[in-house]
Ligand binder design. Structure first.
Ligand code: URA
Length: 232
């Protein structure tokens, strides 16, 4: 149980002694008992082990790569419990190194694939600080779809929160997730992005109090909300 990366050894021992763990359907209260690869271990009805589906929400800090592993730079995987890479938990999409905010990670490949499918229209909400004064012309351009060098972005919702000659802040909602999408959309309007933060991903928002670098395991209800978002 500890090796699966979900809990520490002492937590696992405590749960086993409390009789919460079953091996092949039978309660097992002896923490020293060895299980084989083929044994099915369950905790409160949920399978524990490499095959169990896992879902996390990370508050990504700036300066960390959205990648499985990197020999030199710190990656989002370094911020999660050990052993999750063995369980093939991977980020759903990517945030740029300097972008902060909500990142979902899972080993549920089918769900991850659907969440990233632009046809499913899963909205992502960002807070952007950009150079220059944003105007209603920018709002209309985002609404119509900003033409970029290689494609025209799908319509996006831009809400100006603060506008000034030097810097402006806005909320932007997009359902595509192309490389540097938000930065490129603002760039095409002459506004360089100086700070970008993802506040929500579909139905999920960063829980209050979850600091940069911290993560939570998604509850069954939160996973269901993600499923509902792709089935709309
Ligand atoms: N769009 C960007 O330009 N960067 C991100 O990190 C996410 C969306």
């Amino acid at each position: 149980m500890a090796q699966s990366g979900e809990r520490t050894r002492s937590e696992a021992v405590r749960l086993i002694k409390l009789g919460k763990v079953q091996v092949n359907g039978l309660c097992q209260r002896d923490p020293a008992v060895k299980v084989k690869e083929s044994d099915i271990v369950t905790l409160a009805g949920e399978t524990v082990g490499d095959d169990a589906l896992q879902y996390y929400l990370l508050h990504k800090p700036s300066g960390v790569l959205t990648a499985a592993r990197d020999s030199r730079a710190q990656t989002v995987m370094d911020l999660l419990p050990e052993n999750l890479s063995r369980r093939k938990v991977l980020p759903v999409g990517r945030l740029d190194k300097d972008t902060t905010g909500l990142l979902v990670l899972t080993n549920d490949g089918a769900l991850a694939h659907s969440l990233l499918d632009p046809k499913r229209h899963v909205w992502k909400r960002y807070i952007a600080t950009v150079e220059g004064r944003l105007t209603e012309a920018d709002v209309s351009a985002f609404e119509e779809g900003v033409p970029l060098r290689d494609f025209t972005a799908q319509p996006a919702k831009l809400t100006i929160l603060e506008a000034a000659d030097d810097f402006s802040t806005a909320e932007v909602e997009v359902h595509e997730g192309k490389f540097h999408q938000v930065k490129r959309m603002f760039g095409a309007r002459g506004h360089e992005v100086v700070r970008l933060h993802r506040a929500s991903f579909g139905p999920l928002t960063i829980p209050e109090g979850l600091k940069e670098g911290e993560h939570i395991r998604l509850t069954d209800e939160q996973v269901q909300l993600l499923r509902d978002a792709i089935n709309r």
